[in-house]
Design a protein around this ligand. Structure first.
Ligand code: SF4
Ligand code: SF4
Length: 72
């Protein structure tokens, strides 16, 4: 399973990553960062294919997809 990491400090809550994910892995969370933006979270990480589209579209490089420990 992939691990999706959101850097809450840099996220500006644009949610482009959520719309870009064809597998509906990501969703808006109820977590607000220090700047008041609702950050995304991985609701269904088991569906992540590791396509990295979310990483590539993020204007602030605030989201990263990694292999989880059991996949290495
Ligand atoms: S695309 Fe980047 S800045 Fe926008 S919500 Fe996703 S992680 Fe945050
Ligand atoms: S790597 Fe691809 S499948 Fe996984 S969360 Fe990002 S856009 Fe969705």
């Amino acid at each position: 399973m992939k691990k999706i990491i959101v850097d809450e400090e840099y996220c500006k809550g644009c949610h482009l990553c959520i719309s870009q994910c064809k597998k509906a892995v990501l969703a808006v969370s109820c977590i607000r960062n220090a700047r008041g933006y609702l950050v995304p979270q991985a609701n269904e990480p088991e569906n992540c294919t590791g396509c990295l589209q979310c990483e590539m579209i993020c204007p602030d490089m605030a989201i990263a997809v990694e292999d989880s420990a059991d996949e290495k």
